[in-house]
Design a protein around this ligand. Structure first.
Ligand SMILES: Cc1ncc(COP(=O)(O)O)c(CNOCC(=O)O)c1O
Length: 401
């Protein structure tokens, strides 16, 4: 008998498991709207041309593969903080931001969770209901207690703003409030600028600590600055805050695992101490981060021509998703004879659309129509081509009624 007899089979991941089921399906019309990864109109993965150019540059230079410092590549850390806050943000000159390169967004969130567990015993993290499937796992494994704030209103397929505010108000003083900087996953529903102001007010009032998860900067609207406006609003108020970043989507560096954790502090001295403890957490966890993705980001941002080309490519990606969102909406409206108002599909932003389909209806999408999506009704528009919108509209209408 094996010594590992007590280890049971783990269930498939709610998001990544969808792709496994998709691959096993042999139906010719199958459609993978599960994982949040960008696809071209031909439904193929996309390596940005600026990434290829940067990699060619790096190959020509023949760079070393020595260990990075625990905190990562300095040029990357500088670039990522400037992208987030704006290069001319006084916080950067005042050295009030602690930036540590992390293993993409997930690893950066995990470093922050470990810091909270170690230095804020008993503090809770409030996460949106619903939220990205891995948030709960990250805080559970880091032994950080969490609870949910209301976010999605199924009646309006919109934001339950009053519920969100009252839950944040009701949380114990000094809680961490996890906020999606832009392109909320899975709902695609973002607060308006006015609502962000109120969210900042209540967080300041209750002495909470804002904790942003920024996984789609530039990818949601096509503009790096617009997509960082929520974070910059809080920073401009002089609030201390945490921000996890990821370059998986906006630079297409998914498997390179490149991101960062940023902690904006009220003084340079506090930032230095926070950075030193983030390093102390990272060292026994993975010692130091991978260099390739960090160099790509540093090279793209560091070269004005490449930086501009990257911005154009982000607008292209965001643009394709916006147009396929519009085409899906038009296809549904053309087919659906009921009075149902589907405009929520247009109001949502970013890679995902929350269709409002419940679990049974989502199952029908897969079982009958071979459309693969997460069971919460989320579809990744990045995996949809204009050519497939009619078919998807038929599937959605069939599943809804
Ligand atoms: C809100 C959020 N935070 C963090 C991340 C972290 O991504 P990564 O660790 O790749 O940077 C992601 C990426 N999710 O993409 C997979 C999916 O939802 O289908 C994310 O959506």
């Amino acid at each position: 008998v094996s010594r590992f007899e007590s280890i049971t089979m783990a269930p498939p991941d709610p998001i990544l498991g969808v792709s496994e089921a998709f691959r096993a399906d042999t139906h010719e019309m199958k459609l993978n709207l599960g994982v949040g990864a960008y696809r071209t109109e031909e439904l193929r993965p996309y390596v940005l041309s600026v990434v290829k150019k940067a990699e060619n540059l790096m190959l020509e230079r023949g760079e070393f593969k020595e260990y990075l410092p625990i905190e990562g590549l300095a040029a990357f850390n500088k670039a990522t903080a400037e992208l987030l806050l704006g290069a001319d943000n006084p916080i950067i000159k005042q050295q009030r931001i602690a930036t540590v390169q992390g293993l993409s967004g997930t690893g950066s969130l995990r470093l922050a969770a470990a810091l909270i567990e170690r230095y804020f015993p008993g503090a809770k993290v409030l996460i949106s209901s619903p939220t990205w499937g891995n948030h709960k796992n990250i805080f559970n494994d880091a032994r950080v207690p969490w609870s949910e704030y209301r976010y999605y209103d199924p009646k309006t397929v919109g934001l339950d703003f009053d519920g969100m505010i009252s839950d944040i108000k009701a949380a114990p003083e000094g809680s961490f409030i996890l906020l999606h900087g832009c392109a909320h996953n899975p709902t695609g529903i973002d607060p308006t600028p006015e609502q962000w102001e109120v969210i900042a007010d209540v967080i300041q009032e209750k002495n909470h600590i804002p904790f942003f998860d920024v996984a789609y900067q530039g990818f949601a609207s096509g503009s790096l600055d617009a997509d960082a406006s929520s974070v910059r609003l809080f920073a401009a108020r002089g609030m201390e805050l945490l921000v996890a970043q990821s370059y998986s989507k906006n630079l297409g560096l998914y498997a390179e695992r490149i991101g960062a954790i940023n902690v904006v502090c009220s003084s340079a001295d506090a930032a230095a101490r926070v950075k030193s403890q983030l390093k102390r957490i990272a060292r026994p966890m993975y010692s130091n981060p991978p260099i390739h993705g960090a160099r790509i980001v540093a090279n793209v941002v560091g070269d004005p021509a490449l930086f501009n080309e990257w911005k154009e490519e982000m607008e292209l990606m965001a643009g394709r998703i916006k147009s396929v969102r519009q085409k899906l909406y038009d296809s549904i409206c053309a087919k659906d004879k009921s009075e149902k108002d589907w405009s929520y599909i247009l109001k949502q932003i970013g890679m995902f659309s929350f269709t409002g389909l419940n679990r049974a209806q989502s199952d029908n999408m897969t079982d009958k129509w071979h459309v693969y999506m997460t069971k919460d009704g989320r579809i990744s528009l990045a995996g949809l081509s204009a050519a497939k919108c009619e078919y998807l509209a038929d599937a959605i209408i069939d599943s809804f009624y």
